[in-house]
Design a protein around this ligand. Structure first.
Ligand SMILES: [Zn+2]
Length: 90
């Protein structure tokens, strides 16, 4: 289950206020390992989503966004990542 960006932000905020990882885990409702990973900046880089496949030269219509693009559609891959919260925005 994905930990949303709001939770990650909250973890960092509480950590900045001096709470221990154990307390943060209880407050937010995630495991202590998750708290550690978030604070280490590792969480969004775990490979839950497949790696981005860079397009070949073959151009065809994207079944998802309908654009005529090189497949697989890079835009749709990025959008999926954004929705699942796996893009490091910072
Ligand atoms: Zn697309």
């Amino acid at each position: 289950m994905a930990i949303c960006e709001a939770k990650r932000r909250e973890v960092r905020r509480l950590s900045g206020e001096g709470y221990s990882q154990r307390v943060i885990a209880v407050k937010i409702g995630v495991s202590r390992v998750s708290v550690q990973n978030i604070l280490a900046g590792k969480f969004c880089r775990t490979a839950r989503t497949p790696p981005i496949v860079y397009p070949t030269e073959k151009v065809s219509r994207c079944p998802k966004c309908g654009a005529l693009v090189k497949q697989p559609c890079l835009l749709c891959q990025l959008l999926e990542r954004k929705e699942s919260g796996d893009v490091a925005t910072g």
